[in-house]
Design a protein around this ligand. Structure first.
Ligand code: SRM
Ligand code: SF4
Length: 576
């Protein structure tokens, strides 16, 4: 295991004043305490002061305002309608029925009767008033949940594959994801002092943050575990990914990939999405050491001047993959062995009922864009509460924003089926192959970075693409489509077969050609266009696909073979 008392000299190698101002903000934050507690107590505003907004992200909390009424509030000379988004830490997306019931009650009491499943397998609770933040966080604590490091320059929510058919392997990978998350989150006591109102430890441990020091990571850092053949977590989008290598029925170890990421900015060619690179194999007992060593390398070499260039993917491309791999190995004190063969077939979820190898039943429910609320034609929030009240197994949030009611004993299945019918949830899974493989980020009205609608628009756009598919006999065809309200890539759009990223209200860039199992970036075909142009283009290519595709050929592969777009072989060439 690499040393816990690490060399912090990187913090001092350049004067803080020469680095991005966020570095000083972190260094001066008293290990993430800042003035958060005082800001919470200030009653004259629903907001918190500048730096605390950034520091609260490390505690999993984002200040936002309701953008639907921003202009109206300005006209009325009122401060924006500030509220907070709270992101739960839920490694691998697994939770118990009692945890579900607590989230449900929080969603009803503080978040406008709504919960949001995210693309990294957790929950976001939106629209929480500042005065209610502690109640929310303490409520989560009651069911052993927290929000630590759900955002901020640290190790974010750790993802893990969900394959109910492989129950034992799934349990193992989930346990590893939880260990990795617990291991890599900040150790500062700030969270407990601010949110649980605990007395500060006296004396404080020194150092308070053995891995992160005073300036934490240069930028967010994302870890994930996947079990082939389903690449549901999009392993190539992770900063550090572990691909399980199974022999017999056992995980022998992991192929390691590094340097994935989606974020980019339009008209800034130095920013680009990148697929993670495969660097070798490790035995399974070395996972935490590899997490430490890899994070240390990014901590020490990542760009602390330009935050738009600070993700691990840029460190790797700037320094060279061989250099970074050698640095990781030197900190590990051993070398990676050659990667072992593996194969992915899709990055989607298997919707509906499945039986695990242990005989238990699992029901994957399609939840459009992860939004859990009572819909006009399905009482989703109420129905899931009713299910949680009787369910004896677990729930699993999938990386595609869906939900698995998991680990149901066969004798209990009829009761769950009956509740699915009563609340009309069974009908949600009866959607086109395109819709079942769709994802949209939150975007408006809560996301401060959104330039266009996403979650609120994709369902209606799909309703206009579906007749094109039906006309071409492709209604059942699984095609991945992902939308975002800006180029940041929160629904991992740049690896979808079809993607739309927001440019302005009603305007999107359109991309095609991503890999069906997350193995290839897509390519832009239309820039800054509205719905008519999007539908006209898709009509043309879908018609060609139906006519000319080979047997079993996925849409993204067809787009490359038919020359609709050139294959993007490296992130660096995404913008060419
Ligand atoms: Fe994200 C920022 C929502 C997954 C890349 N993301 C944001 C913020 C917090 C906006 C902000 O900074 O003010 C969004 C909050 C919106 C809201 O109102 O809730 C936001 N991101 C989301 C979620 C909720 C999308 C969803 O609809 O599910 C996902 C929460 C994941 C989680 O549970 O932790 C979410 N974000 C992702 C992913 C996908 C992934 O990690 O697998 C990515 C692409 C992968 C990556 O990191 O490269 C992603 N989010 C970003 C970026 C661009 C980062 C970059 O390297 O450039 C930003 C902006 C930033 O960090 O500056 C961002
Ligand atoms: Fe917001 Fe952009 Fe992320 Fe969508 S992709 S949630 S608009 S930051």
């Amino acid at each position: 295991m690499s040393s816990p008392t690490v060399d912090r000299s990187h913090d001092l190698s350049q004067p803080l004043d020469k680095l991005n101002p966020d570095e000083r903000m972190k260094a001066d934050s008293d290990q993430l305490r800042g003035t958060i507690a005082a800001g919470l107590a200030a009653e004259l505003t629903a907001a918190v002061p500048g730096n605390d907004i950034k520091l609260m992200k490390f505690h999993g909390i984002y200040q936002q305002d309701d953008r639907d009424i921003r202009d109206e509030r300005r006209r009325q000379k009122l401060e924006p309608a500030y509220r907070f988004m709270v992101r739960v830490r839920l490694p691998g997306g697994v939770l118990s029925p009692s945890q579900w019931l607590k989230l449900d009650s929080i969603g009803r009491a503080y978040a406008g009767e709504s919960l949001r499943l995210t693309t990294r397998q957790t929950f976001q609770i939106h629209r929480v008033h500042k005065k209610n933040l502690r109640s929310v966080i303490q409520g989560l604590r009651d069911v052993l949940l927290d929000t630590r490091a759900a955002c901020g320059d640290d190790s974010r929510g750790v993802m893990a594959s969900i394959n109910p058919e492989l129950s034992a392997l799934h349990a193992e990978i989930h346990a590893l994801a939880k260990r990795a998350s617990d291991h890599a989150i900040p150790k500062t006591n700030a969270y407990r002092e601010i949110w649980y109102e605990e007395e500060p430890a006296d004396p404080r441990p020194t150092p308070e943050e053995p891995l992160y020091g005073k300036t934490y990571m240069p930028r967010k850092f994302k870890i994930g575990f996947v079990i082939p053949p389903i690449n549901d977590i999009d392993i190539y989008a992770q900063d550090l990914g572990f691909i399980a290598i199974i022999e017999g029925k056992e995980i022998k170890g992991f192929n390691v990939v590094i340097g994935g990421g989606m974020g980019r900015t339009d008209q800034a060619p130095k920013t680009y999405p990148r697929l993670a690179s495969l660097i070798g194999f490790i035995p399974k007992d070395k996972v935490l050491e590899v997490c430490d060593a890899t994070m240390e390398v990014q901590r020490d070499y990542g760009d602390r001047v330009d935050r738009s260039h600070a993700r691990f993917k840029y460190t790797i491309d700037d320094k060279g993959l061989d250099f970074i791999k050698a640095e990781i190995e030197s900190r590990l004190g051993f070398s990676f062995t050659p990667a072992k063969p593996y194969r992915f077939v899709s990055n989607g979820d298997k919707i509906g009922w499945q039986r695990g190898e242990d005989g238990r039943e699992h029901f994957t429910l399609f939840i459009e864009n992860g939004r859990v609320s009572n819909l006009p034609d399905a009482a989703l929030l109420d129905g899931l509460r009713a299910i949680a009240e009787v369910h004896k197994g677990k729930f699993r949030v999938t990386p595609n924003q869906n939900l698995i009611i998991a680990d149901i004993e066969s004798k209990d299945r009829p009761a769950i089926e009956s509740l699915l019918r009563t609340y009309r949830l069974d009908g949600l899974n009866a959607a086109s192959g395109l819709r079942l493989n769709s994802m949209a980020c939150v975007a408006l009205p809560t996301c401060g970075l959104a330039m266009a609608e996403s979650e609120r628009y994709l369902p209606s756009l799909l309703g206009k693409i579906e007749p094109i598919l039906a006309r071409n006999g492709l209604s059942e065809e699984p095609i991945t489509i992902r939308m975002t309200g800006c180029p940041n890539g929160c629904s991992r759009p740049y690896i979808a077969e079809i993607a739309l990223t927001g440019r302005a209200p009603g305007k999107y860039n359109l991309y095609i050609g991503g890999g069906f199992h997350g193995q290839r970036l897509n390519k832009m075909v239309l820039e800054n266009v509205g719905e008519p142009a999007i539908l006209e283009y898709l009509d043309g290519v879908i018609t060609r696909y139906a006519r000319d595709r080979s047997k079993g050929e996925h849409f993204g592969d067809f787009a490359i073979r038919a020359g609709l777009v050139p294959e993007v072989t490296e992130g660096r060439h995404f913008n060419d």
